[in-house]
Write a protein that binds this ligand. Structure first.
Ligand SMILES: Nc1ncnc2c1ncn2[C@@H]1O[C@H](COP(=O)(O)OP(=O)(O)O)[C@@H](O)[C@H]1O
Ligand SMILES: CC(C)(COP(=O)(O)O)[C@@H](O)C(=O)NCCC(=O)O
Ligand SMILES: [K+]
Length: 279
């Protein structure tokens, strides 16, 4: 069994993948905290032969996790942001400083679609661009939905946006605090992502397929105006591509990869951008 770990600022997600059949056997998530110990909410390590980790948590959290896993599991791969990998060149001045979850997302997106816009809606919302040919441009970081809500300190932090609510409803003026906050942060997130996408495609002269991941991907997806795919396992896809362990992975197949969305024509993106400037 392969254990894939994606340690984010809020949640540490894991999945167990069968190395022979490539099936995902189980998944879970625990709060990212100082200590990470096998217990009721953590998979049984006795069945694990290899671990792959992407972590943006504090160094001490990663060190402790890796130390614990190395004592129990033969192979432990820890992903790092590098200047170049799998045909993609990192756009950061200091490549190692790019969040490794963003780097995994960019690599997975490129492997699947060629050029891409990778959006990760977690504690932070990150938007990264890779051009056809593999140049990563860098990206944007904004507070995630939960962080935006917490920052308002209106006592609404525990009332999540219902991921099944319709985008039209979420765009309406709220008539209660919870509603006003939820609709406000939804609007902030989706307008930013829509605008960033249009601006960068316009600047670069290319319409790129967009892929969304992270805990809030489903809800953000409702307000995205261009064709896109939601790919919950995008960070894991980067781990599979960097450290292929199964025959399918060596052949470049990533578990749960969506169909590549066909982007709208660049002229349409430009026309919409120009129109929105007039308003
Ligand atoms: N069951 C849940 N528990 C916690 N957060 C959730 C849950 N469902 C959705 N979310 C949202 O997902 C975000 C965490 O997403 P995730 O991609 O795991 O973040 P990170 O990688 O930063 O830890 C939270 O900030 C919250 O807005
Ligand atoms: C931007 C992030 C905080 C996002 O983390 P997440 O929301 O997935 O927990 C993370 O990718 C990070 O710590 N990045 C380092 C800074 C950078 O990417 O420039
Ligand atoms: K994120």
């Amino acid at each position: 069994m392969i254990l894939d770990l994606d340690i984010g600022n809020t949640l540490s997600k894991w999945r167990l993948k069968d190395a022979d059949s490539s099936e995902i056997r189980s998944r879970g998530a625990v709060w990212t905290r100082e200590e990470w110990r096998p217990g009721a909410d953590i998979p049984d390590l006795d069945v694990v032969e290899a671990v792959r980790i992407s972590s943006v948590a504090r160094k001490a959290v990663l060190e402790e996790t890796v130390g614990l896993l190395r004592r129990r599991v033969g192979t432990v791969h820890v992903a790092r942001s590098t200047a170049e990998a799998l045909g993609v060149t990192n756009g950061y001045e200091e490549p190692g400083r790019l969040g490794v979850d963003r780097w995994m997302g960019a690599l997975a997106g490129y492997q699947l679609a060629g050029g891409c816009c990778a959006v990760d809606c977690g504690s932070a919302i990150t938007v990264d661009f890779v051009l056809p040919g593999g140049r990563h441009l860098g990206g944007y970081i904004l507070p995630g939905l939960r962080l935006m809500k917490e920052s308002l300190k209106l006592g609404t932090r525990n009332v999540a946006i219902d991921p099944d609510s319709e985008a039209e409803e979420l765009l309406e003026p709220g008539r209660r605090t919870v509603e006003a906050v939820n609709h406000g942060i939804f609007m902030a997130a989706v307008s930013a992502v829509n605008r960033i996408y249009s601006e960068v495609c316009d600047q670069q002269g290319v319409a790129l397929p967009m892929m969304l991941t992270g805990g809030d991907a489903r809800v953000v997806s409702r307000g995205i105006q261009v064709p896109h795919a939601v790919w919950p396992d995008m960070v894991y896809g980067g781990l599979e591509a960097c450290f292929p362990l199964t025959a399918a992975e060596r052949a470049g197949r990533m578990s749960g990869a969506p169909r590549v969305p066909s982007p709208v024509a660049l002229e349409k993106i430009r026309a919409a951008l120009a129109f929105s400037m007039l308003l």
